[in-house]
Design a protein. Structure first.
Length: 490
């Protein structure tokens, strides 16, 4: 099946596109600005040669993140607000001369910069079109930009060109008209890496560039840009992509790749991506490789869980229950068990925090919608009913502190055990609100009557009374705990 002529043809076009894509990427991360057009040649040659020699096996493997770089705005997921603004600006011919794309890693900044370059320079299949939010992908400028070889679209990686000289080159070149395109476009990636002098040199040009020039900046660290630069750009904040949208995107890619994947597995990959498409695709790549290695080729929840070192969700729930029920031996056994299965103590703490968070939001009326199973949702809702908001918030604080300790400790497992035991011991202490109420009740019922003379006070001072009351109350609570009773010295 795989060696039918039709598939071969398809493979070949894909391979070429892959290398061209890689070429686009290498123009970005490669050497000097003008090395772009030279780089693709050997790569393209290699791509043309390899499928002919050995159709499938010799095909260079291309990571998913590169293979699925959005080629149209429709393919760019989760950035609708930005696309809409851009579409409006193009339709009304109100284009800024400098754009700034910001956002965390792997949410589409570089892709957007290239798409804008296409949008501005597309001439349509008939060569008559103007700037459009929907570039045709067929005209000469579109093709050349996608391949990273358009002479008027200059990509520069500020991380390796930080100096004032690099910027001077641009300033010089800006004066000359575009060679063949409508606009001469400078894409400066990781722009926050430019030196202060470099920024200063750029300011004047940025203020009033010639009409045929557009600057597209991308950065993950917008805080590092001088305000003088910020104020000269139209800024687009690219969002983190929501977990459900990522999951849907990955499911689509699996279908295109002909890979079978359980939705549970994709949900885990999407959650681990933390809003970054690229991170998610890298994890997915790894998951597919694992699945292939172990035979079957199916990406299952269990494999992804193992791969990510995540705890089994049901084991986590049991662990959380042990925390709440004050079962120290059960708790330690569960922690050990998860550790021996390869779950990182830090990941364990994080997952417990996640449960705590979900219970808390479930309590204020947002259903535990992100829960994977009905069973989990039911349990979360049950906990939300049983636990008081005060308890949950204290639990969160304790887990957060434990998380920090585990991160810094020389032995994370030991730190996790200590932290969780502490959480357990503190978990069912009354929260300050309940405590205050209890104190008031006790005061009202005259429970402090005997304590007053002992403090030597005038009898009307509430503070010493409260202290004694507190001691009584907590003493009472603590003595209920078998674990504490076992260590009377504490
Ligand atoms: N919004 C998105 N929609 C679809 N795919 C995306 C999106 N964002 C990123 N990707 C995927 O991730 C890859 C990398 O995206 P891109 O280079 O645009 O990210 P970036 O924001 O520039 O990241 P970095 O901060 O690391 O430079 C793309 O090739 C694509 O596969
Ligand atoms: Mg980038
Ligand atoms: Zn076009």
């Amino acid at each position: 099946m795989a060696d039918s002529p039709h598939i071969d043809g398809e493979e070949e076009t894909q391979a070429t596109a892959a290398e061209l894509e890689a070429a686009g990427q290498s123009a970005l991360f490669g050497g000097p600005v003008d090395s772009g057009p030279e780089k693709p040649a050997p790569l393209a040659a290699a791509a043309a040669a390899s499928p002919a020699a050995k159709p499938v096996a010799a095909q260079p493997y291309r990571v998913l993140a590169r293979k699925y770089r959005p080629q149209t705005f429709a393919e760019l997921i989760g950035q609708d607000a930005m696309v809409k603004t851009l579409a409006n600006a193009i339709a009304r011919d109100r284009l800024a001369h400098a754009f700034l794309m910001t956002g965390v890693r792997g949410v589409g900044k570089t892709s957007t910069a290239r798409l804008i370059a296409k949008a501005l320079n597309c001439v349509g299949p008939d060569g008559q079109g103007g700037p459009t939010i929907d570039p045709c992908g067929q005209c000469e400028p579109c093709v050349a930009i996608a391949e990273g070889r358009h002479i008027d679209v200059i990509e520069m990686d500020a991380a390796s060109h930080t100096g004032v000289d690099d910027v001077r080159e641009i300033i010089e070149a800006v004066r000359y008209a575009a060679v063949s395109a409508r606009y001469k476009i400078y894409i400066i990636d990781e722009v926050h890496m430019l030196s202060r002098n470099a920024f200063n040199a750029l300011l004047k040009t940025l203020e009033e560039p010639p009409a045929h020039v557009k600057f597209l900046f991308a950065t993950t660290e917008v805080d590092k840009l001088p305000v003088t630069v910020l104020s000269r750009c139209q800024r687009f904040d690219l969002r983190r992509i929501s977990t459900p949208l990522l999951q849907q995107h990955f499911a689509g890619i699996c279908v295109k790749e002909g890979v079978e994947a359980e939705s549970d597995a994709l949900a885990m990959v999407a959650a681990a991506a933390e809003g970054s498409v690229r991170d998610g695709l890298s994890i997915l790549d790894q998951a597919i490789a694992h699945a292939d290695l172990e035979g079957g080729g199916k990406v299952t929840g269990e494999r992804v869980r193992d791969m990510l070192g995540l705890a089994d969700r049901s084991a986590l729930r049991t662990l959380f229950a042990a925390l709440l029920n004050g079962d120290p031996q059960g708790l330690l056994a569960l922690v050990d068990n998860q550790y021996s299965l390869g779950v990182e103590p830090l990941a364990l703490m994080r997952s417990l925090m996640d449960i705590c968070h979900r219970i808390t939001v479930a309590q204020v009326g947002r259903s535990g919608g992100e829960a994977a199973t009905a069973e989990e949702r039911a349990l979360i809702e049950e906990w939300a009913e049983k636990l008081s908001p005060g308890q949950l918030h204290r639990l969160w604080q304790l887990l957060l502190k434990g998380h920090e300790e585990v991160r810094q400790a020389p032995d994370p497992l030991v730190a996790a055990q200590m932290a969780l035991l502490r959480v357990m011991h503190a978990a069912d202490m009354p929260d300050p609100g309940t405590l205050a109420k209890k104190l008031e009740e006790m005061a009202a019922s005259g429970a402090f009557a005997g304590a007053t003379p002992a403090t030597g006070g005038a009898g009307g001072d509430a503070a010493p009374q409260a202290r004694v009351g507190l001691r009584r109350l907590t003493g009472l609570r603590l003595s209920n705990r078998s674990s504490i009773r076992a260590f009377p010295a504490i």
